[in-house]
Design a protein. Structure first.
Length: 112
């Protein structure tokens, strides 16, 4: 893929930014919602980016010792973090000064 290419989905890919992410710290917040918008659960992951691949995703090695976490490779959703503390919910550990952040909301489909 080119430096600023698009895949079949139309999502932009930036090889330079992908390379910058490797070794950086990333705070990931995921909110899972039912089809009607009701909160199911929240998940927070914080760790060091190990791999970034346009097809295989972004793999993070969590600092809490959990198994590696792979997220969708949507680079345009990742933003430089402002200095400070981050926490998805009061039950989650406080994260200090990550390099980048990304927050997703995932809504389950209505099943008949």
């Amino acid at each position: 893929m080119s430096d600023h290419g698009h895949d079949e989905s139309g999502i932009e890919w930036d090889d330079g930014f992908a390379d910058q992410l490797i070794g950086a710290t990333l705070f990931v917040g995921i909110t899972y919602l039912d089809h009607d918008g009701t909160l199911i659960r929240r998940e927070q992951v914080f760790g060091r980016v190990e791999t970034v691949d346009a097809e295989a995703g972004i793999t993070i090695r969590p600092f809490d010792g959990a198994a590696p976490f792979t997220m969708v490779p949507i680079l345009e959703a990742i933003e430089p973090a402002d200095p400070g503390a981050y926490q998805l919910s009061p039950e989650d550990p406080l994260v200090e000064n990550p390099d980048y952040t990304v927050v997703f909301s995932l809504t389950a489909p209505l099943r008949h």
